[in-house]
Design a protein around this ligand. Structure first.
Ligand SMILES: Nc1ncnc2c1ncn2[C@@H]1O[C@H](COP(=O)(O)OP(=O)(O)OP(=O)(O)O)[C@@H](O)[C@H]1O
Ligand SMILES: [Mg+2]
Length: 247
């Protein structure tokens, strides 16, 4: 039972028109594993993330979350989306709702929680990400780092099986990056299954079990962070590391 991968992609292909953005992707992420996805701009990292909760349809292949194939549409898809939390570069909070309402809306509407229970869980999550005292504010009244932590709390409120992060710190001022990475590191240590697209190499080294390197829609390397950073196998990875590590 527990050897079913939490995420399984097999022979996944996707095009945008003529552009072949995902090429024969095979990727399994075990329960509790943290995988960091690296690669140059345009290599398909965001598209990969978005196919996992079907924000983007695929042309062919299979994607399963916790042993269940992605349903095409309808109730099954809504349930699956709830199982796969996603945090984007832009915070995507509901601007006209308070922070607490942002965190309770999904559980009430999709998980059918009662309001009291949703608020109790929501407050516990806001405590956990360190912004309980911001609960009655609206997103625009928070710093970028606080908004991103609220976005993480909102995703966690759905009790997801998997969390996908697509460059969650890229839009933040430098002094706010660490507070978001700290929340993610704690989540990783607690055993959450995570797929993280990031340029934060420190996080990749410390928190990732595996690094997946993409280039031109392909997975070119899949290695431990130690191996990937000290001994990349491909020229494409060497070239990529040369560019980012000299910045
Ligand atoms: N909706 C779309 N329609 C057409 N082409 C798209 C669409 N979304 C992405 N692409 C193209 O698909 C390729 C992969 O894009 P993707 O956003 O997945 O790359 P990425 O690795 O996340 O890049 P970045 O590091 O810049 O975020 C790019 O060439 C991009 O221009
Ligand atoms: Mg991207």
């Amino acid at each position: 039972m527990t050897d079913i991968p939490m995420i399984r992609m097999a022979s996944v292909d996707k095009h945008f028109g003529e552009l072949h953005v995902l090429r024969d992707i095979d990727l399994e992420v075990a329960r509790g594993q943290v995988v960091v996805v690296l690669g140059p701009s345009g290599s398909g990292k965001s598209t990969l993330c978005r196919t996992i909760n079907r924000l983007e349809p695929i042309d062919s292949g299979t994607i399963e979350v916790d042993g269940q194939a992605l349903p095409a549409e309808g109730k099954g898809l809504a349930a699956l989306r709830a199982d796969v939390g996603m945090v984007f570069q832009s915070f995507n909070l509901f601007a006209h709702k308070t922070i607490l309402e942002n965190v309770t809306l999904g559980p009430i509407k999709v998980r059918k929680s009662g309001k009291d229970e949703a608020e109790k869980n929501g407050m516990a999550l806001l405590e956990r990400v360190g912004i309980a005292n911001q609960k009655d504010k609206h997103p625009a009244q928070l710093s970028g780092g606080q908004q991103q932590r609220a976005a993480i709390a909102r995703a966690l409120a759905m009790k997801p099986k998997v969390m996908l992060f697509d460059e969650p710190t890229s839009a933040l001022d430098p002094e706010m990056v660490q507070e978001v990475l700290d929340v993610m590191t704690t989540l990783a240590k607690e055993g959450m299954t995570m797929l993280v697209v990031t340029h934060e190499m420190g996080f990749a080294r410390r928190a990732a079990h595996r690094v997946v390197f993409m280039s031109d829609g392909e997975i070119v390397e899949d290695a431990t962070p130690d191996t990937f950073f000290s001994n990349p196998a491909s020229d494409r990875a060497k070239d990529f590391l040369g560019k980012i590590l000299t910045h």
